[in-house]
Design a binder for this molecule. Structure first.
Ligand SMILES: [Zn+2]
Length: 376
């Protein structure tokens, strides 16, 4: 462990250089050409690190990168994404710059530094001749927009893995994430009957009045004591003040800490019935990301990480978050998954996004040490 940490500390400049190179190649999820340019750079660096690299081609989105390094025992999957929420040109407004121990720039924290940490860990394992399991790495291109084209390979590769280590950002202070809420999105559309609001008020059926009643019901699905939150984030409908509204629509974000809570909310949405006469409801959606629950297997994997951290001189903490990641998919399969192994910093999806450079070597050593301990 000592040697791994020493190697990472003396090679911190290489980790920083990797982050800078990747951040300069801006990669918003919806711009395939831009994402693929960043992907080509990652693929090249992975090859140099001794990995076998395969591109999982996609038509609309950037190609996902699957890399493999042989080792002994059951494989461990390192998981993350290199798409960002920042459009091409964001670098002009929020420049890549070093301010003391902070490295600022779009996509530094979420999560190009996580990829650089993984590469730093692998370099340290190689340079010190440290034993490790077969390592699979899957770096995807559409996490920020729901992982529509990556969920399948994420799940199929995770199924063959002994554990999944997600390189998403750490919690404040460096804690790992051993629980993430599941994320649901529901759309409720109401079909009413249009009528002249002055001449024929009794003939219409207002989709807006109906939607308002339904929104009041949906609010009651919330159970903050259990960690279930409900947010009606969009409503729209109607055409003119003097027309009884024919259409209305609401979009609702729901977060739930367990699969049981998620199913309960899904069932409640399905049970919604019109309150007023003459309207019809249509409900779509569900939980795209299941919760990452802190099962006994997750707790055990965390305890292994904590043991490594203590050999590296620190007391590693754990926590939970309401935000989802691709670790939600692998956790839901029952594959032990811990998240937040990436950088310490702040400002994901915000203009002040940065990573703490001083923490990078320790994070890389933690990943390397953990890989070593997972050699079966
Ligand atoms: Zn992320």
């Amino acid at each position: 462990m000592e040697r791994l940490l020493q190697h990472c500390e003396s090679h911190v400049d290489e980790i920083v250089e990797t982050i800078e190179a990747l951040v300069r190649l801006e990669s918003p999820s919806t711009d395939k050409a831009a994402v693929d340019r960043c992907g080509a750079e990652i693929a090249e660096r992975l090859r140099r690190a001794g990995a076998d690299v395969e591109l999982l081609r996609r038509e609309e989105r950037g190609d996902h990168i699957l890399a493999r390094i042989p080792g002994s025992g059951r494989p461990v999957l390192l998981l993350g994404h290199f798409d960002t929420v920042w459009p091409v040109g964001a670098l002009g407004r929020m420049a890549l710059r070093r301010d003391g121990t902070r490295l600022h720039g779009p996509g530094t924290f979420d999560m190009k530094a996580g990829i650089a940490i993984a590469l730093g860990a692998i370099a340290a394992l190689r340079a010190t001749g440290t034993e490790h399991p077969p390592i699979s790495m899957l770096w995807t291109t559409d996490e920020e927009i729901g992982s529509g084209t990556s969920r399948e390979p994420i799940e199929s590769i995770a199924r063959g893995a002994a554990a999944v280590l997600v390189l998403e950002p750490a919690l404040p202070g460096g804690a790992l994430k051993t629980a993430r809420k599941g994320c649901g999105e529901f759309e409720l559309t109401v079909q009413g009957i249009a009528a002249h609001a002055g001449v024929d008020p009794g003939k219409g059926a207002s989709a807006i009045h109906e939607l308002a009643a339904q929104v009041a019901r949906i609010q009651r699905f919330e159970d903050l004591d259990r960690g279930v939150s409900v947010n009606v984030g969009i409503i729209e409908g109607g055409s003119r003040p003097n027309v009884v509204a024919e259409h209305a629509r609401a979009v609702v974000d729901v977060r739930a800490p367990t699969m049981t809570d998620a199913r309960r909310v899904e069932a409640e949405f399905q049970r919604l019935q019109p309150v007023g006469r003459g309207t019809r409801l249509n409900i779509r959606g569900g939980f795209e990301r299941p919760p990452l629950e802190r099962t006994a297997a997750v707790a055990h994997l965390f305890s292994v990480a904590r043991g490594v951290a203590s050999l590296l001189g620190r007391d590693l903490q754990e926590g939970s978050t309401g935000g989802g990641s691709d670790g939600n998919f692998t956790g839901a399969l029952g594959v032990p998954t811990i998240d937040g192994l990436g950088p310490v910093g702040d400002g994901a999806h915000a203009a002040h996004e940065y990573v703490d450079v001083a923490e990078l070597p320790w994070r890389a050593a933690l990943v390397a040490g953990l890989l070593n301990r997972l050699t079966s």
